[in-house]
Design a protein around this ligand. Structure first.
Ligand SMILES: Nc1ncnc2c1ncn2[C@@H]1O[C@H](COP(=O)(O)OP(=O)(O)OP(=O)(O)O)[C@@H](O)[C@H]1O
Length: 597
């Protein structure tokens, strides 16, 4: 799956988010601005005093006059140094605090994302946003932001001083800077989309690389190496193209800017020379203004140098903020309470990502406490219906409700109490056994945790050195048998244990209804036996909707729903459907004919 399906925030949203972050730490920001202004103000004294010294010497004043002005020069330089240093200190602290806020908010947003959005975005996009993009935003907040602010205040004060000293010469200097203005506008218009493209290309590359690495054995087994290399190469080429584009933009901007610094100084010296001849200004004023304009290149350089970083981090910030814009990212604070546990599907149509419908008007009422098996050929829409029932996707039209409340409107906590999807993918989180279980029930006591493990037959807890406090290594058990070996220390659960932990979490969450995507279907026989036993304990007393890949499951269920081409075509008990002699009866006969009952 390609990355990038998560939204990117609009410019206005980014601006609002930035202002909100500034307001949240407004005092520090204000202190930083004031200190910067004072530092820049102290910096203005230097050229002005030098100008006065030049005028004093020219008018024949003695060494005494120079001696009086020179210490003031040193004093102001020292004040500027100290004020700027403290301003930077305050600025960096502001940056670090704000970065921590951005990180925390990003984590909250990602955790609040609907599962379907995470699945479709792919790990590459989320990882890039959470690492490279957040780091770019951090760089801006820590370094670029304060530096730009200091430089902007300095530049403004210098320009103000130039105009106050001699309006005509000042205007010449300011006009000389017009080239920078046009070059920067040209650059900025192109830089934002170019950096967004670069970010998206990086995401795709990360996605291709991580998918190839994660599926290495499958790639090897199916001989897909060439195809994967070609896909990665294409992503690398695209990255190269987008980087070349941003490099080109910089290579135009910077030389123009370098040239533009000299123009105002030259203009002031030429016009100043002419004015001096007419006695309309003093040599000291011309010297001071020329020095001010020479001084301008330092803050302007900082601004332009960081402008590129600001563009990049602005694009990154748009991507970080965008992660929170997925519809339904934040559940309504007061989510409605279902009146009972009845699951109702009515007139449901559904399409993946704006494609054609894969469900065409499905109606189904699940009776509390029943075992319902959904059967049908591959691609009929069974898994899709299961995902809608579990609230992982939202119907295009029609509704899926539990106790008359749309399942997708329930916040994750409430939904977990009602409906849970159990698949063959189990993840063990780095942490203790207790951490792994309390994810499902944060308030559960140790006795409840032990009881849940007992229900799923996890007798191995007794053999663990520290019981519930034993650290678990990282082994996400995957249906393709490719276990993740990244674990560090601790007890490393095998596939069956990982499943038992996942099922114990289900017991703790205690949902009324379980949707079972034939959890044992793809496992090896040894693990399947364990899981069957563990599952029996979990299913007891709950409504179970089994997406059945084996007809034995349908035979044992209270009712069977048959799906064909996205429609629910038959619904009834096994015996009724066999007697009705429809599609199910045909399926049953063909299976039963070859498999002993
Ligand atoms: N993530 C997806 N994006 C786009 N189309 C999808 C996606 N998942 C499933 N489909 C399509 O939706 C239709 C129904 O698929 P679904 O997986 O629900 O069927 P199924 O009956 O569960 O099949 P199986 O028994 O093979 O799992 C199929 O045409 C499938 O190609």
């Amino acid at each position: 799956m390609s990355g990038g399906s998560l939204p990117v925030a609009e410019t206005a949203q980014v601006r609002r988010a930035a202002l909100r972050l500034i307001r949240l730490d407004g005092r520090a920001f204000a202190v930083m601005v004031v200190l910067n202004a004072l530092a820049a103000g102290a910096g203005l004294a230097g050229p002005w005093l030098l100008g006065r010294i030049v005028d004093a010497v020219k008018s024949g004043a003695g060494v005494g006059a120079v001696d009086r002005l020179a210490p003031a020069l040193i004093l102001f330089a020292l004040a500027q140094l100290l004020l700027a240093r403290y301003a930077r200190y305050v600025g960096h602290r502001f940056g670090e605090r704000t970065l921590a806020r951005v990180r925390e908010e990003f984590t909250d947003r990602v955790l609040a994302l609907p599962v379907s959005a995470v699945e479709r975005a792919g790990t590459g996009d989320l990882t890039t946003r959470g690492t490279a993009d957040v780091a770019a935003v951090g760089g801006m907040l820590r370094d670029a932001g304060p530096d730009i602010l200091i430089a902007a205040v300095q530049a403004l004060l210098v320009l103000g001083a130039v105009v106050v000293l001699d309006p005509l010469l000042g205007a010449c200097g300011v006009l000389g800077l017009v080239g920078i203005w046009f070059a920067t506008r040209w650059y900025l218009r192109r830089a934002v989309p170019a950096y967004l493209d670069e970010g998206a290309a990086n995401s795709v590359l990360a996605e291709e690389l991580s998918a190839t690495a994660a599926g290495a054995r499958t790639v090897e087994a199916l001989g897909l190496r060439r195809r994967r290399i070609a896909a990665c190469q294409e992503a690398i080429d695209r990255c190269g193209e987008t980087r070349t584009r941003t490099l080109f933009l910089r290579s135009v901007l910077f030389p123009i800017v370098d040239m533009s610094y000299v123009i105002p100084v030259v203009a002031v010296l030429l016009v100043g020379g002419a004015l001096l001849g007419q006695g309309a200004t003093t040599l000291g004023t011309v010297v001071a203004i020329a020095l001010y304009l020479r001084q301008l290149d330092q803050p302007l350089d900082v601004i332009l140098l960081h402008m590129e970083r600001l563009q990049r981090s602005g694009a990154s910030f748009a991507r970080v903020e965008g992660a929170g814009l997925t519809p339904r990212a934040a559940p309504a604070p007061s989510s409605p309470t279902p009146v009972d546990d009845r699951l109702e599907v009515s007139c449901v149509r559904f399409a993946y990502d704006g494609g054609t419908d894969v469900l065409h008007g499905v109606d189904l009422t699940v009776r509390p406490g029943e075992r319902l098996a959904i059967v049908g050929p591959s691609g009929a829409g069974k898994t899709t219906l299961g995902r809608l029932l579990a609230g992982m996707d939202v119907p295009r039209t029609g509704s899926v409700t539990v106790g008359r409340v749309p399942v997708a409107d329930l916040d994750p906590g409430r939904l977990r109490e009602r409906v849970m999807l159990v698949t063959q993918e189990h993840h063990v989180f780095l942490g203790t056994v207790r951490d792994n279980l309390q994810i499902a029930a944060p308030a559960a006591t140790d006795d409840e945790l032990r009881a849940a493990l007992a229900v799923v037959g996890a007798g191995w807890l007794r053999d663990l050195p520290d019981g519930l406090d034993t650290e678990l290594g990282h082994v996400g058990h995957r249906p393709d048998g490719l276990d993740n070996e990244l674990g560090h220390g601790g007890h490393r659960p095998d596939g069956a244990q990982a499943q038992q932990l996942a099922l114990a979490r289900v017991v703790l969450a205690d949902p009324h209804t379980l949707i079972l995507d034939e959890a044992t279907a793809l496992l090896d026989p040894g693990t399947a036996r364990h899981t069957e036993r563990a599952l029996a304990g979990v299913l007891a007393g709950r409504t179970v909707i089994a997406i059945a890949h084996r007809l034995q499951t349908a035979h044992d269920a209270d009712r069977v729903a048959v799906m064909l081409d996205g429609r629910l075509t038959e619904l009834g008990t096994h015996d009724d459907l066999v007697a009705a002699d429809g599609a199910y009866a045909a399926l049953w006969r063909s299976w039963h004919g070859t498999t002993p009952d």
